[in-house]
Design a protein around this ligand. Sequence first.
Ligand SMILES: *Cc1c(COP(=O)(O)O)cnc(C)c1O
Length: 233
Amino acid sequence: MITYEQQIAVRLEQVINRMTNICQQQQRSSPMLLAVSKTRAADEVRTLLNAGVKNFGENYLQEALDKQQQLTDSNICWHFIGPIQSNKTRPIAEHFDWVHSIDRIKLASRLSKQRPPTLHPLQVCLQINIDNETSKSGFSVQEAVDAAINISQLPQLQLRGLMCIPEKRHHSPDQQQPFANLAILMATINQRLPKNIPPLDTLSMGMSNDMEAAITEGATIVRIGTALFGPRQ
Ligand SMILES: *Cc1c(COP(=O)(O)O)cnc(C)c1O
């Protein structure tokens, strides 16, 4: 019998091997591994934490807050990656280190106002609707430059970069295009940001099925759920 701990350790090793292989092939350093723990119990998070993972991503606010309550003794770096309702920004501003899913300027200004001044600035990414899908949220590529300039001025936020969830594509060469487009958009934004603003340095892109394509195009954070925890119910 193989225990849950052993299973997690094997999956983590597989994910790290995939990351190492593609990074060697591309001659680049490894991106941050963000473990996406939505729908997983606090115990499962703890198992992965004990195996050496430090960054965890959550999509549902109440579920995340409950889990954090059970893990107060850890120093996990918590990332919010799900859709945000305007009336739920305060607990996000108070209980997370990163937010990847900023899709409206109004959300950013609320998070900045509500970020406790005793904490370091909230690290944020703009979510970009890179394939222009009607079903997905995010700024359009056209809106993104002005939004970034605007949000970069907010005092309690540090605008770090861009995040995307592309349309599903099955083959790796097709998967690369939207990630390449996100990288180009970040370069464009960096040329246009005021000189006193540090350049964006974060591309949050790539999930279990497309992380090689994302790393090839410059991902600095990959968000991995299924490949670490197994299939979700
Ligand atoms: C669920 C989720 C992931 C992880 O997806 P997997 O395919 O399970 O790796 C990554 N990013 C976001 C925004 C998600 O909602």
